[in-house]
Design a protein around this ligand. Structure first.
Ligand SMILES: *Cc1c(COP(=O)(O)O)cnc(C)c1O
Length: 412
C-alpha cells in the first residue's frame, strides 16, 4: 500500500528516552549535598540493603557501573588468562570486554531467532568446536563460565542455563543490565523467581541513565555467596581492608592494601537517586508494560514487521521494544528507515551490532559473519522504538502511527 509518508506532517518530537526523576530523588540529592558526605557512605549502605531485599539476594555490592560489577564478578571467580567464557554475541560491549580485562577469551554464541537471547544449542556447538579446534593444542584454554544477557528484560529459562552450566562445570554470571525488575518461572502455577534471587552465581544490574532505574551512572552485583561478595567489595575500592566511611564513622583510621583493587565505588550522591528510584521500579515497569501492550495492539496487523515476543512465564521489564523488519517486503534498509523516522520526529535505536561484527573481535579472534548467522541476520532487521515510563499515550500513539505509515509507504 502506498500512502503519504508521515514525515510530511511532523507534529511531535519523541526522544528515544527521557529519565523519570521525581521530587524524592531531587530532594535526596540536595540533602546529600547538604550533609557534607558525598562519596560512599550511609546512603550507599541504605541503597544496597534495599536493593538486596528487592531482588531477594543476601549480598549486594554497589559500584559505579554494571561494567564494573561484571568485572568484579569475573575477577572474584578467579578468571584469568588461559581460560575462556561463553558470551552471547547479541550484547553490549561490556559483557565481553570484562573477560578481556582478565586476559581470558570470549567465545561468542549465536542468538535465538525469536527472543535474540543466547541460544544454548549454539553454546553447546561452540563449546565442542572450541575443544576440537586448535589441532592438538597442549594447553587449550579451559572454558570456565557463561554470561547470559536477558535482552530487553525478557529472561532466559534460568533452569536450562544453570543445568547447562552444571553439565559443563561452568559458573554463571548474569548480565542483568535490562532485567530489574524481572522474573521467570518454569511453567504456569510454578513459583516466580526474581532475577538475582539465586538465578546465577553473580547477577549484575545497571543504573545507567537510560536503564530501568537509574543513579545517573551505577551498578550492583548481587550473589548468594558471601565469599564472592566480600572479594567484590574489597576489589571495588583499591583492595583496602577498611573503607573511608568506616574510618570516618568511628572505625580505626588505619587500613591495609590486601590486593591491587579498582576504583569502582558508588557515590552517596548517586545512591540518593537510587534510594528513590527503587520503590518506583515496579510502577515504572508496569507503565512500560502498558506501553508495550499499546504497541503490540496498534502494530499487530502490520504484515511488514515482527513484534517482540512476550511469555506468560516471564515478568518482562520491557526495557526495550525491538521490532524486526521483514526486509524482503520493504524497499528500504533499517538504517534508511531510522533516518526517515528521525525526520518524522521519532528517535529509534539498534540493540545491537553483535560483537562478532565488530573489528576488535574479528581481528583478535577471527570471528566473521558466519560465526553467528542468526545474529548476523537479525542485526540488519532490528530497530528499537522509544519505551520509557514518562512517555505519554499520545507519544506512544504517534510513534506507532508514524512507524506503521512509514513501513507501509516503503512496502514493495
Ligand atoms: C548498559 C549495558 C551494560 C553496561 O552498563 P553500565 O552500567 O553502563 O556499565 C552491560 N550490559 C548490557 C546488556 C547493557 O545494556
Amino acid at each position: 500500500m502506498k500512502s503519504q509518508p508521515a514525515a510530511a506532517v511532523i507534529t511531535m518530537q519523541v526522544p528515544f528516552f527521557r529519565p523519570d526523576l521525581g521530587e524524592g530523588e531531587i530532594d535526596e540529592v540536595i540533602a546529600t549535598l547538604r550533609s557534607g558526605w558525598l562519596t560512599t557512605g550511609p546512603r550507599v549502605k541504605r541503597f544496597e540493603a534495599a536493593f538486596a531485599a528487592a531482588v531477594g539476594a543476601p549480598h549486594a555490592v554497589s559500584v559505579n557501573s554494571c561494567t564494573a560489577a561484571l568485572h568484579l564478578a569475573v575477577e572474584a571467580l578467579g578468571l584469568h588468562a588461559g581460560q575462556a567464557v561463553l558470551v552471547p554475541t547479541m550484547t553490549f560491549a561490556a559483557t565481553a570486554e570484562v573477560v578481556r580485562y582478565q586476559g581470558a577469551i570470549p567465545i561468542l554464541v549465536d542468538c535465538d531467532p525469536v527472543t535474540n537471547n543466547m541460544d544454548l544449542a549454539d553454546a553447546e556447538r561452540k563449546l565442542s568446536a572450541f575443544h576440537r579446534a586448535p589441532g592438538g593444542m597442549a594447553h587449550a584454554p579451559d572454558v570456565v563460565g557463561i554470561m547470559p544477557v536477558h535482552i530487553g528484560g525478557l529472561m532466559l529459562d534460568m533452569a536450562a542455563v544453570n543445568a547447562f552450566a552444571a553439565r559443563h562445570g561452568l559458573w554463571v554470571v548474569e548480565d542483568a543490565a535490562h532485567a530489574f525488575p524481572a522474573a521467570w518461572r518454569p511453567a504456569r502455577g510454578a513459583a516466580w523467581q526474581r532475577c538475582g534471587e539465586n538465578t546465577a552465581t553473580v547477577t549484575c544490574f545497571s543504573f545507567y541513565v537510560n536503564k530501568t532505574i537509574t543513579t545517573g551512572e551505577g551498578g550492583m552485583a548481587v550473589t548468594h555467596d558471601a565469599a564472592l561478595a566480600q572479594r567484590m567489595r574489597l576489589m571495588s575500592l583499591h583492595g583496602l581492608s577498611n573503607d573511608a566511611w568506616n574510618r570516618y564513622a568511628g572505625g580505626p583510621w588505619d587500613y591495609r592494601i590486601v590486593a591491587p583493587g579498582y576504583k569502582y565505588n558508588l557515590t552517596d550522591v548517586a545512591a540518593a537517586i537510587g534510594i528513590h528510584q527503587l520503590p518506583r521500579a515496579e510502577t515504572m515497569r508496569q507503565r512500560r508494560e502498558q506501553i508495550a501492550g499499546m504497541y503490540l495492539e496498534m502494530l499487530s496487523r502490520c504484515e511488514l514487521i515482527e513484534l517482540p515476543p512476550s511469555d506468560p512465564n516471564r515478568i518482562h521489564s520491557w526495557h526495550l521494544f525491538p521490532i524486526r523488519l521483514k526486509l524482503d517486503a520493504l524497499s528500504i534498509s533499517r538504517n534508511g528507515l531510522m533516518e526517515e523516522l528521525r525526520g518524522a520526529g521519532v528517535t529509534c535505536s539498534v540493540h545491537w551490532r553483535p560483537l562478532h561484527l565488530h573489528p576488535y573481535y574479528q581481528e583478535t579472534f577471527g570471528f566473521s559473519a558466519d560465526t553467528c548467522p542468526n545474529a548476523t541476520a537479525a542485526f540488519d532487521q532490528l530497530i528499537s522504538v522509544p519505551i520509557f515510563p514518562g512517555m505519554a499515550d499520545v507519544e506512544v500513539e504517534y510513534v506507532a502511527m508514524v512507524f506503521k505509515n512509514m513501513v507501509e509507504h516503503f512496502a514493495v
